[in-house]
Ligand binder design. Structure first.
Ligand SMILES: [Zn+2]
Length: 263
């Protein structure tokens, strides 16, 4: 499996992806908003885009579909419940469905509601797994829920699915928000040395050669995986004095999501 991360350099800071089979040159494009960059990258590599995968229905993820389909005839795949929201869907995905790319690549669909209620992440069947997580999980952050999402569902997705993936899983999110998100982590957890080191190292990074984290790294620097940290709970209590003595992780997650919206 070959992964090409494509930085769009737009104001939403989207990342698009091409996933290619090294044997056949067939490729799947994830959320190819910047269709020109995606088509050019495929051409330069000698790949043929045969499938487009939308992680969810938001326009900054689906806006390149028409142009890519026109140029390549690719099939559009997305969550089965996105059928009424994404025009021209050829395949609706449910949890556990496998997408094949060429002869060698298998990607498993995870049903990951929260950012929207028809959001999929893709998990590669490779020795070191890779997770293409759209707007569910970001480097050092979590997706928002204010355009068709639900915070409780997002918590369930984090706790019941993402947190249980192998620690070495590579994380490929739909946007480059790492710098801002690390600042939020440090606002909530000023003594998080790993987040401070990472912010110093990545400030002003070139998103064309973006750092790729793993789930193990996220559990160190992503506030939304640090729901039992005494510092996270203590600073949360400053904002929410009614927080119980030993708050359950779900309560902490929901309060953090609420604070992040205003931050
Ligand atoms: Zn979105």
């Amino acid at each position: 499996m070959i992964v090409k991360q494509i930085w769009t350099a737009n104001s939403y800071r989207n990342f698009n992806y091409l996933i290619a089979c090294p044997e056949t040159g067939e490729a799947l494009a994830i959320d190819p908003l910047d269709h020109e960059k995606c088509l050019r990258a495929a051409k330069d590599a000698g790949w043929t885009i045969t499938q487009v995968l939308n992680t969810h229905e938001h326009r900054d993820h689906t806006g390149g579909n028409d142009a890519v389909v026109r140029a390549t005839g690719a099939k559009i795949l997305a969550h089965k419940n996105a059928k009424d929201k994404i025009p021209g869907m050829a395949r609706g995905l449910g949890a556990g469905d496998v997408i094949k790319v060429g002869r060698t690549v298998e990607l498993e669909a995870l049903d990951t509601p929260g950012h929207t209620m028809s959001h999929v992440c893709l998990l590669s069947h490779t020795e070191q797994p890779a997770l293409f997580c759209g707007d569910t999980l970001f480097n050092a952050g979590a997706g928002n829920c204010h355009n068709g999402g639900h915070p409780t569902e997002l918590y369930n997705t984090f706790a019941q699915q993402l947190a249980k993936l192998p620690p070495q899983t590579l994380i490929y999110p739909g946007h480059d928000y790492i710098e801002n998100n690390l600042r939020f982590t440090l606002d909530r957890e000023p003594d998080n040395a790993a987040a401070a080191r990472m912010l110093a190292r990545l400030s002003g990074q070139d998103p064309n050669r973006a750092y790729v984290s793993t789930l193990a790294v996220e559990t160190e620097v992503n506030t939304f995986f640090r729901l039992t940290s005494p510092t996270v709970i203590a600073t949360l209590r400053e904002a929410f004095p009614d927080l119980p003595e030993n708050p359950d992780p779900k309560t902490v997650f929901l309060k953090l999501r609420e604070l992040r919206n205003k931050w």
